[in-house]
Design a protein around this ligand. Structure first.
Ligand code: URA
Length: 240
């Protein structure tokens, strides 16, 4: 059964993921397509067209659902899924875009060069990684670090939304345009320069949300670090 896009969006906003069948339709099969490995895989992994409510008891349950997720193609190419790490009662939540190569290898967010800069940003705020929670919009690495597709974002978003709902941070910092557009439900072409500089609210939660540049962009454009620092101060002002 095909779910129309609008219904899918509404379900997604409610934190409900759609499980798509990975079985090709009979018409798509050519003789010899189904080998024995396929059959074994089909038996071992539940395949369903059902809508599965994503209700989780805690962050570890979300992480383990992410690690066994097969909702999009990226899951077949990853070395490790990267659910997110940090303090389950964090007051600060930082949301990046997607794991890169280092993160894919280690299964942890922001452990490469961007992560080193992010650590410095935390230090400037008087924070350590243990105090904050770090997550990404997409939990598996897109090949060659390309932008995630609409479908990948759509399938992965319920995990991030469940993490935010569980942690209930006092402030969210969206790192870069992909994260900012998703969390603010902004048009895909809205430039990040239009989204940063203001205190937004995440959905209807009342949680303040501040947008800043992605650390990878700041590594390429160090002159923007001053502006990013203003964004972080704006986020900090929400803690009073
Ligand atoms: N860039 C991101 O957006 N997230 C990571 O975890 C690493 C790099």
């Amino acid at each position: 059964m095909k779910l129309d896009r609008r219904r899918s969006q509404i379900l997604g906003q409610m934190g409900i993921a759609i499980w798509k069948s990975r079985l090709p339709s009979d018409n798509d099969l050519t003789q010899g397509d189904l080998n024995i490995e396929d059959e074994i895989e089909q038996i071992e992994e539940p395949i369903s067209n059902e809508v599965v409510p994503r209700q989780f008891a805690n962050l570890e349950e979300i992480a383990s659902a992410v690690r066994s997720c097969r909702l999009c193609q990226l899951s077949h190419e990853r070395k490790n899924a990267v659910p997110g790490t940090g303090n389950p009662t964090a007051e600060w939540m930082f949301v990046g875009e997607a794991p890169g190569q280092d993160e894919d290898l280690q299964g942890k967010p922001f452990v490469g060069r961007s992560g080193q800069l992010l650590n410095s940003m935390f230090a400037a705020l008087g924070l350590t990684r243990d105090q904050v929670f770090i997550a990404n919009v997409i939990k598996c690495r897109p090949p060659r670090n390309r932008d995630p597709s609409d479908d990948e974002v759509f399938q992965c978003t319920p995990y991030l939304k469940a993490q935010i709902a569980m942690i209930q941070p006092r402030v969210i910092v969206a790192l870069g345009r992909i994260s900012a557009r998703l969390l603010l439900d902004a048009h895909e072409k809205t430039p990040i320069s239009e989204l940063r500089g203001d205190v937004h609210t995440y959905e209807k939660t009342g949680i303040p949300l501040v947008v800043t540049y992605h650390p990878a962009y700041l590594l390429r454009s160090p002159d923007q670090k001053r502006v990013a620092w203003q964004d972080l101060l704006l986020a900090r002002s929400q803690m009073k």
